[in-house]
Design a protein around this ligand. Sequence first.
Ligand SMILES: NC(=O)c1ccc[n+]([C@@H]2O[C@H](COP(=O)([O-])OP(=O)(O)OC[C@H]3O[C@@H](n4cnc5c(N)ncnc54)[C@H](OP(=O)(O)O)[C@@H]3O)[C@@H](O)[C@H]2O)c1
Length: 220
Amino acid sequence: MPTLLLTGANRGIGKRLAELYAADGWDVIAAVRNPSAYDGPGEAMALDVADSDSISVAVENLSGRPIDVLWNNAGVYLDKNVGLDDLQADAWEETFRVNTIAPIMISRAFADNVAASDQRKLVFTSSKMGSITLLSGGAYAYRSSKSALNMAVSVMTKDLSERGIRTLLLHPGWVRTDMGGSSADIDVDTSAGGMKSVVDGMTDGQSGAFLNYDGEEFPW
Ligand SMILES: NC(=O)c1ccc[n+]([C@@H]2O[C@H](COP(=O)([O-])OP(=O)(O)OC[C@H]3O[C@@H](n4cnc5c(N)ncnc54)[C@H](OP(=O)(O)O)[C@@H]3O)[C@@H](O)[C@H]2O)c1
């Protein structure tokens, strides 16, 4: 059975991803801040993605266990509707810790587990809001955190390719979750189902790509 390690698995897009992978027969390791409150499928494992000690404990727990897909999905959008005048440095730093630095540190920490698997895929939930081509206004922290994630993953793709590890950056669409809000375009089924199909069908040539949830290429 292939194994998925998924962050942000307890709600929103992540919870639906956990359900879809479990329904497909995968072993799901749901990395969440509060395992005792997790009510989704698979095994819950404690992980605060922004805490290096928490990452070290998780690495110990999963030592020697192959991970076919490590999906860095946890994210925060702390500066929703915040413009230049109200921009806060603390919130910007926290956004970078969770959205940019954590996915890279977690991917590095579990690289041996991923390299030991059959599928060897690192997946990152990025965002259209990180696209410089499609820029609109506001949300300095969130937008820049996802642009920086895209760059950092591009660098990591080169570093890890010789170990046979492949990467994908995905825009999940504008999705009706706590983060996306109730007027967003699509539901979690459409987003998570679409992204899972893209990851399932990923080719070697797609490694490092930035794709929409429907598989279309996304402008950087
Ligand atoms: N919804 C959209 O329209 C949209 C659009 C583009 C991109 N995205 C991206 O899609 C991903 C999932 O978003 P969503 O809409 O499902 O958001 P959500 O419903 O707000 O869920 C966010 C998830 O991230 C987790 N998380 C946040 N900080 C964490 C930390 N320090 N350690 C561990 N987990 C942490 C949350 O866990 P807790 O419950 O413990 O807080 C929760 O599981 C994010 O990366 C987001 O940026 C979403």
